[in-house]
Design a protein. Structure first.
Length: 428
């Protein structure tokens, strides 16, 4: 974790509270290319017509047979042709930049004149912001490089993905984003600070099929404490229909979906039942829990939240037995985890009680406890942000949690719990 080099932060995902008049930063645009010279020429020409011209433009070529021709002042970096490696090409392009703020485009995605200016406004003020623009679609074949795309696009327009437009509308342009909103990020129209790119770690280069690397990057950005925003007024035109309207290799699509599921922890992209992929929730059990108390607590919790990871001490691990979801207490909290539950005293309840407890964090508070302090639930993404800025106000404690979970009393045996006749007691 490194200190932010400029700007400020805001509570929750309130990017609408960004201060006005942030100092301008050096802007680098990275354009990813493969065998699309006509489209690249159109996009580079459009970058030359921006209301805020970028300070530098880098074209990252993913192994085209012939090196693309770029105009003076544009830098070209290339990698060998080793299959579809857009993620690696973008990383290569970013590595060649010198700016404070990055804008990513694909060669076949041509920006309107106000695109760069609108995309960089938030990252200049809020360096943890990941901003996605609006990608519209048109048949731009035959459109000359010097023809303004804002005039050429509308009469040739093709349908936008309806599900994506609904998502932006229902979340107020991602102002109401949640842990599943990484699904609405498109790498072809993306911006963030260079510091945040390095902090999150860039794209995962193991993605070798079309799509997926942007969702995974956005998921890492969110869990690290980043902000997520959609600039509907920052428009770039993609030459051709959306991917869903084009023929796709079903095997490649399956591989891409599984790859995202293996790398994300949020509902909507991760596995629903298989014990694959990272955990969204990590639970730490206090070392003082008694044997039966621990077994009933862990069994109750994992029955209700089967994808959680539970951290316990060595003696407790031997007691629980061989379960891949139970790990050593000294293991670090994984970077992909969003929530941490500390269990200080045994609890048990039905299948609805544990999820209801976890739902007690709404993204505005950093931690909440049950009234008697037997558990504390922490929002790791907000705490990471607060720690990065040295600002506890970005992850304030919330009011006590209500729960229908029952505290451990020592009256119930393991047999009673497993059999379903454990003695009832008052909720915690």
């Amino acid at each position: 974790m490194t200190a932010p080099p400029f700007g400020t932060s805001v509570p929750g995902n309130r990017w609408d509270l960004a201060p006005a008049g942030a100092p301008r930063r050096r802007v680098s645009v990275v354009v990813t290319h493969f065998e699309q010279e006509q489209a690249l020429a159109r996009t580079l020409a459009a970058l030359g017509r921006q209301s805020r011209p970028p300070d530098e433009v880098v074209v990252a070529d993913d192994g085209s047979r012939q090196a693309p021709v770029v105009p003076p002042g544009v830098r070209l970096v290339r990698q060998r042709d080793d299959g579809f490696r857009a993620a690696a090409a973008r990383n290569l392009g970013v590595a060649a930049t010198t700016g404070d703020v990055l804008v990513l485009l694909d060669a076949d995605t041509t920006p309107e004149p106000g695109f760069v200016e609108r995309m960089v406004a938030l990252p200049e003020a809020l360096p943890e912001a990941l901003v996605v623009g609006r990608r519209r679609h048109a048949d731009l074949s035959g459109v000359a490089p010097d023809e303004p795309v804002e005039a050429a696009g509308p009469p040739r327009e093709l349908p936008e993905p309806a599900w994506l437009r609904r998502a932006y509308a229902s979340t107020r342009d991602l102002l109401d984003a949640d842990a599943s909103s990484h699904r609405f990020v498109i790498s072809a129209v993306l911006a963030c600070s260079r510091w945040w790119w390095d902090e999150v770690g860039g794209f995962d280069e193991t993605f070798r099929t079309y799509g997926g690397e942007d969702w995974e990057f956005a998921h890492r950005s969110w869990t690290a404490g980043g902000l997520l925003a959609h600039r509907a007024d920052a428009v770039a035109w993609h030459d051709g229909p959306d991917a869903a309207a084009r023929p796709r290799d079903p095997d490649a699509h399956l591989a891409q979906t599984a790859a995202v599921a293996d790398r994300t922890s949020a509902v909507g992209t991760t596995w629903r039942g298989l014990l694959r992929g990272p955990a969204d929730l990590v639970v730490t059990c206090a070392p003082g829990l008694g044997a039966t108390e621990l077994l009933v607590t862990v069994d109750s919790l994992l029955a209700a939240l089967p994808r959680a990871v539970v951290r316990v001490g060595a003696a407790h691990r031997a007691l629980v037995g061989d379960d891949p979801r139970v790990v050593a207490a000294e293991d670090d909290l994984p970077a992909t985890a969003r929530l941490h539950l500390e269990v200080r005293r045994g609890l048990h309840g039905d299948a609805a009680a544990w999820p209801a407890l976890i739902d007690g964090l709404d993204g505005s508070t950093g931690s909440r406890t049950v009234a008697d302090g037997c558990v504390e639930l922490r929002d790791l993404r907000l705490l990471r942000r607060a720690g990065r800025w040295g600002r506890p106000d970005l992850a304030p404690p919330g009011p006590p949690l209500a729960t229908s979970l029952r505290p451990w009393t020592g009256d119930a045996t393991l047999e009673a719990w497993l059999g379903g006749w454990a003695a009832a007691s008052d909720p915690a």
